[in-house]
Design a protein. Structure first.
Length: 74
């Protein structure tokens, strides 16, 4: 069983209009990251010491139109 992710990026991705693959690609372009980096962020387990850097994190919140507290699980 997969551990609970630290960030609820996947939930917001699936809630967006359009195809998930296109949305993932557009987010990667907007944040200037690779899809591997996005996958790593989505799979970061709850309780991990790793955190998404603040600028990309706030850009994600802007893209998803959510508060930072909504993007963090736990």
């Amino acid at each position: 069983m997969c551990p609970t992710p630290k960030y609820s990026i996947r939930k917001f991705l699936y809630a967006m209009n359009g195809k998930i693959t296109k949305n993932r690609y557009l987010i990667c372009i907007e944040l200037d990251i690779t899809e591997t980096t996005l996958d790593n962020w989505m799979n970061t387990p709850l309780g991990a010491k790793f955190s998404i850097p603040s600028d990309p994190f706030l850009k994600l919140c802007n893209i998803f139109n959510c508060q930072p507290s909504e993007l963090i699980n736990g």
